[in-house]
Design a protein around this ligand. Structure first.
Ligand SMILES: [Zn+2]
Ligand SMILES: [Zn+2]
Length: 368
């Protein structure tokens, strides 16, 4: 008896640990692009070619976000005398979805405008397309579209998976618009050459707007705005700077399953990062500490900047800069939020603009 009990106890313990490991083993980073186009709108290829490109380039999930429609019903691609019926999303899913390996998400880019400025919003897991609402002003247009998407998602029992697209495209949206629109996500990076991620002398970059929007959200006890990276690919034939090609920006979601529910749960928790090439091993925010571990490539240098908004300041600052594969930030206690931006010295291939380096962005958190 003396011997058996410990053996049984050890067996139970071992089984527990193993099952624990097995469970944890399933949690991994899933690579996805949540913004791209096909012949269903203004992309320059068939939707199956789009899905194939992403599947063959190591992505686990993809949303083909054509303008103001879902890929449903009968539509033809007419070119000269040729007319080809486009595959619907359900047909694409049959051909491409593979459990644990690849998943296509139903999605639409609601494409609207007000005051001659574009207002574009990605909506996910809709069962019917949402019609753009219009609006007299940009904030009205943005807010009424977000409201219409929320309603449609609520009607189909799905969570509020809404991404505000490329705020600086056509100088469409301001930080104030982003702050007050109610959406949880926006594109910190979009790979389309016309979107002006970095702003200009008269307009703030998407990063600056992100921080300004989150300052407002903290002050108003609203959930923080989170930043994804997307391609917004339209062109799949010629690959060069200046073309809207795939492969420029993506989002790495840490999840245990490749399902819309699991992806959304992690997105909503901020358990993801945006990337244009830098791969992270891990990132954690625990109590007053944020830790970043980079999957370093030999010969490449990495710089992690912890960007935060200190109480009483009127702008965000780089609060600390760390070089190397591991970066730790301990909060002083007066930061409203802190996020991390990692920049490598590896040039981005077929970049959004010439001179870009591979980067990653970790979501803002409040450290206490
Ligand atoms: Zn757009
Ligand atoms: Zn688009």
């Amino acid at each position: 008896m003396k011997l058996r009990l410990p053996i049984i106890a050890s067996a139970i313990l071992l089984a527990g640990i193993l099952s624990g490991f097995q469970k944890n083993d399933k949690v991994r980073f899933l690579k996805g692009n949540m913004h791209t186009h096909s012949y269903w709108s203004d992309g320059n290829t068939y939707p199956e070619e789009v899905a194939k490109w992403y599947r063959d380039h190591g992505y686990q999930f993809l949303a083909i976000t054509d303008h103001n429609l879902l890929q449903k019903g009968i539509r033809y691609r007419v070119s000269g005398k040729d007319s080809v019926r486009l595959k619907e999303l359900s047909e694409l899913c049959t051909g491409f979805d593979k459990e644990g390996e690849f998943l296509l998400l139903p999605a639409e880019e609601i494409t609207d405008a007000a005051e001659k400025r574009p207002v574009h919003i990605g909506a996910f897991n809709l069962s019917e397309a949402v019609k753009p609402t219009g609006g007299a002003t940009v904030p009205e247009c943005l807010n009424s579209n977000v409201k219409a998407i929320r309603q449609a998602l609520a009607n189909s029992g799905n969570p509020e998976w809404i991404i505000v697209n490329h705020p600086n495209f056509g100088w469409g949206l301001t930080a104030d618009d982003l702050a007050k629109c109610g959406a949880r996500f926006f594109e910190i990076f979009n790979g389309h050459p016309s979107v002006r991620n970095y702003g200009d002398s008269a307009h703030p970059s998407t990063e600056t707007m992100w921080d300004q929007a989150n300052k407002w959200r903290i002050d108003h006890s609203e959930p923080l705005l989170l930043g994804v990276a997307n391609d917004d690919a339209h062109q799949y034939d010629k690959y060069e700077i200046g073309k809207a090609n795939p492969g420029r920006g993506w989002t790495m979601v840490r999840a245990g399953e490749l399902t819309p529910a699991a992806l959304y749960e992690s997105l909503a928790k901020g358990d993801f990062y945006a990337s244009t090439g830098v791969v992270l091993e891990d990132f954690r925010a625990h109590k007053n500490t944020m830790t970043i571990r980079i999957k370093a490539v030999k010969g490449i240098q990495y710089k992690t900047e912890f960007v935060g908004w200190v109480h009483g300041q009127d702008h965000a600052d780089v609060l600390a800069t760390v070089t190397g594969p591991k970066a730790v930030y301990k909060a002083a206690g007066n930061e409203l939020f802190v996020r991390a931006r990692i920049t490598s010295d590896k040039s981005k291939a077929n970049a959004y603009v010439n001179g870009d380096f591979e980067m990653a962005w970790v979501q803002p958190v409040t450290l206490r």
